[in-house]
Design a protein. Structure first.
Length: 154
């Protein structure tokens, strides 16, 4: 009887300790709202990811934004530069199992970002009727097979 009573007291003390710890030292989560005033290219974010190195990537209708926790670097389409983004309207982002960043755009062109050169490679996927459709999702399955979703008329 004494042993079970002691165990009960210990459990009560532990539970009470956890209760008072959370009441006295509450955990709070803070969110920073990032806007164009902070360097974001557009306040309307269509998609975002955090890569394995900690960068947060935002896809907007005015370019691809890379945030390091302090500053933004914005990547946009540069006319007549095939190593820039194909389109400023970013609808899908993904980091694959090798750490490659993939960007799906409204113009239906898949862009691959080279982390070393900070340049883009482009792939065009045409529908049966020979047109491109907006890329709305990117994925990689457990077998490392890459896929994308295109939506006509978006």
């Amino acid at each position: 009887m004494l042993k079970s009573r002691t165990t009960l007291y210990i459990i009560i003390v532990i539970i009470t300790g956890f209760y008072f710890q959370t009441e006295i030292f509450p955990q709070s989560i803070t969110f920073n709202h990032l806007t164009v005033e902070d360097g974001l290219s557009n306040n309307d974010v269509n998609t975002l990811i955090q890569d394995r190195t900690g960068f947060i990537w935002f896809g907007t209708d005015d370019g691809l934004n890379r945030y390091d926790g302090y500053n933004f670097k914005v990547f946009r389409n540069i006319p007549n530069d095939s190593t820039s983004l194909s389109d400023n309207s970013i609808w899908a982002l993904m980091e694959d199992s090798r750490g490659t960043i993939w960007i799906g755009t409204k113009d239906g062109i898949l862009n691959q970002f080279d982390l070393v050169t900070e340049k883009f490679s482009r792939w065009v996927f045409k529908n049966k009727n020979g047109t491109t459709s907006s890329i709305t999702a990117l994925f990689e399955d457990d077998e490392k097979i890459f896929g994308l979703v295109q939506e006509a008329g978006v």
